[in-house]
Design a protein around this ligand. Sequence first.
Ligand code: AMP
Length: 189
Amino acid sequence: MRIILLGPPGAGKGTQAKEIVARYGIPHISTGDLLREQVASGSELGNRVKAILDSGELVTDEIVMEMVDDRINRPDCTKGFLLDGVPRTVKQAEILATMLEHRHAALSAVVQISVPEDVLLERIRNRGIANAGARTDDTAEVAAKRLEVYRTQTAPVAQYYRERNALREVNGVGTVAEVSERVFASVER
Ligand code: AMP
């Protein structure tokens, strides 16, 4: 099972990702988590990406896709994986397509969680209050920036998969259980 989870910041991707990996027994690959690990490790790469993460802008396609390539080469990914937070640009989607072609590995599903923008802003604001200090990119200002980056750079990724008849859209408004039922149904349809 190779699944991509798409959706704007605040759509509940992280929460749904946990449900998906538990159900299908596949590793959870979150590029946001991988980047935050780099920052926490104090590596040279981590120091370079910290300012970008804090601004709400995107890290370069090359850095992110090299991390993804390394990660999906690990043995636990032979049975599949869930990608969360990637691809974030059409260029990343193209690089991913090439990486998967080389491995003769097809995608099983691309699931987009859709949530209206006012609900998103409210959720991101609440998350900022809930983990004050844990994520330095959850301030209102950075949240607005991340949504703008989503609209301009990441929304076209959904279109990329829609044009290839691979996109499955799921309504992200509801309880965690309601939304995950919809996600499972879309993956298994
Ligand atoms: P996330 O945890 O997915 O919301 O990601 C947090 C931050 O990490 C984003 O605001 C970006 O700065 C960076 N990031 C995560 N994934 C990517 C990606 N695929 N491409 C570029 N930047 C990314």
